[in-house]
Write a protein that binds this ligand. Sequence first.
Ligand code: F6R
Length: 366
Amino acid sequence: EKGGFDHFMLKEIYEQPRSIKDCMRGRIYANEGKVQLGGIKDYTEKLKNADRIIIIACGTSWHAGLVGEYLIEEYARVPVEVEYASEFRYRNPIISEKDIVVAISQSGETADTMAAIELAKEKGATIFGICNVVGSSIPRITHAGVYTHAGPEIGVASTKAFTAQVSVLTLMALYIAQQRGTINQAEMVNMLTELDEIPSLVEKCLKTDEKIRVISEKLKDSTNCLFLGRGSGFPVALEGALKLKEISYIHAEGYPAAEMKHGPIALIDEDMPVIFIATKNSSYEKVISNIQEVKARKGKVIAIVTEGDKEVKKMADYIIEIPDTNEAYLPLLATIPLQLLAYNIAVMRGCNVDQPRNLAKSVTVE
Ligand code: F6R
């Protein structure tokens, strides 16, 4: 049932070209510049007039929510807040009938997320769900929603569910943008045409596996690890750190690269590997200066870069090349090598990758 792979996690990482395609099937009409989201189409007016979108989730799903925030604010120009469900539910949040709450959950059973939904519902908000498990509890208590269709995720560490959640949020962002008139038809056609290419680019990202195994060998005895990114590379950094800590038990932190100088820089020495999301996009030059700051303190730099990159290559100890794409889709690609990195390191450390200690696949207790 692991389809020839050693672990479910690896199988699920490798399924991503397919799972992302399944998630987008029937929802993208690139030539017509059209996105179809059957589950929420009855709420189009509500989306058009929403004052605010509040995303609630936990763990990896919360990271997907942060990517959603970048996309929705960038393209649809609606203010977005992303909240941990566990905090939201206990702090008397301000919510009105004009708010839309989007709850993200792979399992559809997370207790804190469910309680947050009930609270927002009582206050009159419209609730959408983005869930993977069909027929689970969350889709039953939301007003509408979109399934991620990633297929069953068995490994405790979430991988293909994350990229499917990000895919749905991308479609939502473009759909809302179109409805609100913040994107024109030509841009829409371009964006969707590029999005159509993502599954094959993810396939290319999987080819980094061999190189990543070499890097993993060097990092496997580290006690700490820092992940840094800017813009939508920041949630990718958080997700990379979470994957590593949960399955390899190496202490890892994700930070916005510019925040490094406000504290974490104190940790940097020759024993501190720092993984940068350093692809060619609007924050490229800024990330390069952050890399220089780490190198000046003898930190070990591992950088995820755009294919053919020359500048970062000169400074980094190791680079991992991923294909070029629209900046909006960076998280869908840059996450793949970080999943592989966590996986390989955990295997090398002899950890139980599919069932890490103290963790459960769905957290039904608060
Ligand atoms: C991390 C992981 C957890 C879950 C979190 C939320 O790999 O799997 O952080 O993302 O427990 O679970 P769902 O998405 O089922 O609500």
